[in-house]
Design a protein around this ligand. Structure first.
Ligand code: KIV
Ligand code: ZN
Length: 565
């Protein structure tokens, strides 16, 4: 009995209690002596960007020629030597793009453009026309090979599917003489390779090889796509190792990976596929591509980099690359995207912030040979991202993050002990706001809490004179708005002020902590002083004062502490 589609029930049908009644486990590849699990990656693969083809075809609004040109240039700048520029037989825009690249001499000598084509003679003809005059090209032929595609889409037997590929390979080969002066390489993809029986993938690939006759000197690319990711990455790795070990004349092939990300493991599948013997990797910037996307090349390249392997691609200005990508494709890079996302070098939690701060300080001292900063997989600076981005503050943050931001953004070096007092004050305020706060907002909080405290005590004037090691001060103060003049002596201006105030009737207090530093430099430089006072009853309070005169900044800091109760 056929299954009936009942749209009215669509929203009510729950997930199946027994999914095995609808879905099957993926069959394993019989390869008991698999080698890839005990290998390690030691070098970068050959990279091929498919941004302008696979990435482009997945956009709701595909890129126009000028957007493709801009992205092409950015890809070249990253160091891609193979770039699939499009599907020239698919539309006039795609064809025109190829022509602009070639006729305007926009392809560097060491860059090969790649074009995709189906196994249809008229499409192959147009594709070849689009390449006339190019220096180096890869013509990429594909046809679908999985059981579902053979059955549902083509209604063809295995032999008939092989004949589709063979015909395409011949049509291409026959036309190569027309591309005089062009270095031509062939590429074949059994599309849906990972859903295809490995034995059949081998048969069809070898049939294409029989036409193209690759040699070790003139290799062809055999691209083995994970068109729809349907199994775990280890299964894909097994499929790749099986192909590498069983396909005839392996040395005449460049085995290439092309993973998508339906199960969210496209990167892992590629990495394991590389272990399994592949030489080449196709993918896109930030993983743009059909459905859940293509492989994110940036991630795989930087994963190699973080293990000390030169990826051969330069992502030294990842922010700029992301901007170009977003402008050209209209896509946005998610905040949590590996390496490129806005938040990936950001720690909100206090303990993380503290550890990062200590790790960065240790690194800055040059005490360690290898990068080993807690919570930071790589040095953000290596990819053009800033340390400043590392710490942001929300209600989960601790005093460490607050102090780091104030210091890195404004040079405010709050003493450790004072951080313990201000941290919770800032935290309560951030919690009340219920959002992340900027460094400027934190500074405003600090100013409100300490520097701008002007009640009940305010300073109007402070003069000192020193004789025989004794400092005498005259302080003109306002107490709850009423003028008051006090005088006192001590071994320094602050001691004199304390004596003046306690002698003037204020209950006993002493200064237990003091530090100061300049804020900024040049003529307009001001100083900030931090002072902790201890009252007669044991209470301690911090205060801060800012002034162009360091003595005045200290006096203000004392009053700030007293004003805080
Ligand atoms: O995903 C895929 O299989 C493809 C092929 C055309 C290589 O994009
Ligand atoms: Zn693809």
């Amino acid at each position: 009995m056929g299954r009936r589609f009942r749209p009215e029930l669509q929203t009510q049908i729950p997930m199946l209690k027994n999914p095995s009644s609808k879905y099957r486990p993926f069959p394993l590849v019989q390869i008991p002596d698999r080698q890839w699990p005990s290998r390690a990656l030691t070098q970068a693969p050959i990279w091929c960007s498919v941004d302008l083809r696979d990435g482009n075809q997945a956009l709701a609004v595909p890129m126009n020629v000028s957007q493709k040109l801009e992205l092409f240039q950015a890809l070249v700048k990253c160091g891609f030597k193979e770039i699939e520029v499009g599907f020239p037989s698919a539309s006039n825009t795609e064809f025109a793009f190829n022509r602009r690249l070639i006729e305007e001499n926009r392809i560097p000598e060491d860059v090969t453009i790649q074009v995709l084509v189906q196994s249809r003679e008229e499409l192959i003809e147009r594709t070849v026309q689009s390449l006339v005059g190019a220096k180096k090209v890869i013509i990429h032929l594909y046809n679908s090979t999985s059981p579902a595609q053979r059955r549902v889409v083509f209604g063809m037997s295995k032999d008939e599917i092989i004949q589709v590929a063979v015909r395409g390979a011949r049509w291409i080969k026959d036309r190569v003489p027309r591309l005089r002066g062009t270095e031509v390489m062939f590429q074949y993809s059994p599309e849906s390779f990972s859903m295809t029986e490995v034995e059949f993938a081998k048969d069809i690939s070898e049939a294409v090889m029989d036409v193209w006759q690759p040699t070790t000197e003139r290799r062809m690319i055999l691209n083995l796509p994970d068109t729809v990711e349907v199994a775990m990455p280890n299964v894909y790795a097994d499929q790749i190792e099986w192909m590498c070990r069983n396909v005839r004349n392996r040395e005449s092939l460049i085995v290439s990976l092309h993973t998508h990300n339906d199960r969210g493991t496209g990167v892992a599948a590629t990495e394991l596929g590389m272990l399994a013997g592949a030489d080449r990797v196709e993918g896109t910037l930030f993983g743009n591509g059909e459905r859940t996307g293509n492989l994110d090349v940036v991630t795989v390249a930087l994963n190699l980099y973080m293990h000390g392997i030169n990826p051969g691609l330069d992502f030294g200005d990842l922010n700029q690359l992301r901007e170009i990508y977003e402008r050209c494709t209209g896509m946005t890079v998610p905040a949590r995207q590996s390496y490129a996302g806005e938040l990936v070098f950001t720690a909100f939690s206090g303990s993380h912030q503290d550890a990062i701060k200590k790790g960065l300080a240790e690194w800055a001292k040059g005490a360690r040979e290898f990068w080993d900063v807690p919570y930071l997989a790589i040095d953000p600076a290596d990819i053009g991202r800033e340390y400043r981005e590392v710490i942001r503050v929300n209600s989960q943050s601790g005093k460490g993050g607050v102090a780091y931001l104030l210091e890195s953004e404004f040079g405010i070096q709050i003493p450790k002990d004072m951080q313990r007092e201000f941290g919770p004050i800032a935290n309560d305020e951030v919690d009340r706001l219920g959002r992340e706060v900027s460094a400027a907002e934190l500074k405003a909080m600090f100013w409100r809490e300490y520097v701008e405290r002007a009640f009940p005590w305010e300073i109007e004037g402070f003069e000192t004179e020193s004789r025989n090691g004794v400092v005498r001060c005259r302080a003109r103060l306002l107490c709850e708005g009423k003028p008051l003049e006090l005088a006192g002596e001590g071994n320094g201006p602050l001691a004199a002020l304390v004596h003046a105030m306690t002698g003037g009737g204020l209950s006993r207090f002493e200064i237990t902590n003091y530090s100061e530093h300049a804020l900024g430099s040049g003529e307009a430089a001001t100083a900030i002083a931090y002072i902790q006072v201890r009252h007669g009853d044991g209470r301690t309070r911090w205060g801060a004062g800012v002034d162009t005169n360091i003595e005045m900044a200290s006096v203000k800091a004392v009053l700030s502490a007293l004003n805080r109760g």
